[in-house]
Design a protein. Structure first.
Ligand code: LER
Ligand code: MN
Length: 317
């Protein structure tokens, strides 16, 4: 928590400056805006105390495991009781549709999907969780040989119906673009953003997973272009989907883009932990250090036309 306060102080001082001089440029280009998203982890409630001790502020749990939409209300209430005892809140849910629930293709499961989704949204509202991530790569994979345009239309219809159900429970569904190894449909924030625009419903918005963006080599510029639709962020290093800090990968430009759009959402680490207890403090420190670097665009950078700065992140400073 101390590190977090220091980070807030230093980012606040970076935002100050003398008018018209280089120190004022952050304000002119939008870099002076408040940017310290809460950081959480995709895991289960049993890790709450551990995460809290290292300065994380929330848990991203699974729809299927936590809301158990295919199970009785009683089972859900038992899980809900666990959250009341936990030291961190569950603020977001992922792992939405079971693999077998086909969203597109010659035979779809729309009725079952909407029934499942309706129960999930109702329970999310009871639990006070306003956001559900819709990645579900296997459920929305386009079967081989099936026309892509047809799949696009099916998915649009399904997502619009889902959004309207979500709206009845004050829940927002966030479409998650996944890299091409996980799904053959909607693989970039840009594609996701265009799809969300087509669905055109306030309860259907967008997520950017920086791991998937890196895997498909998508530029942080997409975050700027579709920033108005973005409500949540996941991250992990590209190599081995590692915890931040493991391979010393740089996220500064992505953070700079988030800062530029005035991102007010959360950031969840979604990675493969090797030794969670050892990696948790490194991961949060790495993120805070790189976020801080993202508030200092002029140190050794070069201004580019798109408003981002090219610089190399040196973990040793
Ligand atoms: C899967 O790779 C992923 O990123 C999850 O967030 C999907 O729900
Ligand atoms: Mn993700």
């Amino acid at each position: 928590m101390g590190a977090r306060r220091d980070f807030m102080r230093s980012s606040a001082s970076t935002a100050g400056g003398i008018l018209l001089g280089p120190a004022a440029w952050p304000a002119i280009f939008g870099y002076g805006r408040k940017f310290h998203p809460e950081i959480g982890v995709c895991t289960d409630l049993s890790k709450s105390d551990l995460l809290r001790g290292f300065g994380y502020s929330f848990i991203e749990a699974g729809v299927r495991k936590f809301l158990v939409p295919s199970e009785s209300e009683e089972n859900f209430l038992k899980n809900l009781e666990q959250t009341r005892k936990a030291s961190l809140p569950v603020k977001v849910l992922n792992s939405f549709l079971p693999e077998g629930f086909k969203c597109v293709g010659p035979v779809t499961d729309s009725t079952a999907i909407l029934k499942f989704a309706g129960t999930a949204f109702k329970r999310a509202q009871v639990a006070g969780i306003p956001v559900i991530v819709f990645g579900s790569g296997r459920a929305r994979q386009i079967p081989e040989g099936f026309p892509r345009e047809e799949a696009q239309k099916q998915f649009e219809k399904l997502c619009r119906e889902m959004a309207s159900l979500a709206g009845q429970h004050n829940v927002t569904v966030l479409l998650e673009p996944l890299n091409t190894e996980e799904c053959n449909f909607i693989n970039s924030v840009a594609e996701g953003g265009e799809f969300v625009k087509k669905v055109n419903h306030p309860n259907f918005l967008l997520l950017a997973d920086l791991y998937h963006m890196k895997k498909v080599e998508e530029s942080p510029e997409s975050i700027i272009r579709y920033g108005h639709l973005l409500r949540h962020v996941h991250m992990a290093e590209k190599e081995g989907r590692s915890a931040p800090g493991t391979m010393h990968e740089d996220f500064t430009e992505y953070f700079r883009a988030l800062k530029k759009i005035g991102y007010k959402g959360l950031i969840s680490i979604e990675c493969r932990w090797q030794d969670m207890e050892k990696q948790l403090p490194v991961a949060i420190q790495t993120i805070l250090t790189q976020m801080e670097a993202a508030t200092e665009p002029f140190r050794d950078g070069e201004f580019r036309r798109n408003g981002l700065y090219k610089r190399t992140f040196n973990p040793k400073g």
